[in-house]
Design a binder for this molecule. Sequence first.
Ligand SMILES: [Cu+2]
Length: 134
Amino acid sequence: MRTATKRAAFAAIGLTAALGLGACGGDGGGEAKEAGQVTNDAAPSGALRVEAHEFALAPKDLRAAPGTVAIEYVNAGAVPHTLVIDGVNGVKLDVASKGDVDTDTVKLEPGTYTMYCDIPGHRQAGMEAPLTVG
Ligand SMILES: [Cu+2]
């Protein structure tokens, strides 16, 4: 419960920041759902659900609490995708086809990271998103 309250606060801060960036086509509903799912996961201090699309990651603005973050990567597109974190070794999620789900955990310190798909051309096509840990 304490974790959920904390994450709700982070979500509110992150949402404000996202709006401050002036991004249009926001997906506030998806972000609210993501925060609600955290209570299902007892062990990790944070959980992150990311969807792969051609060619984008969703949500566009990722957030997690510091510590061990459980990542769930879902292929919502049609072709193979991966998910890595720029500057963070030892984590790579692979979803080969539509509907595939891969999970992993990674320990993250507070900071700003970039998550992206490392299949050649995909990051350049738009498959990257900032990840704020804090
Ligand atoms: Cu990709």
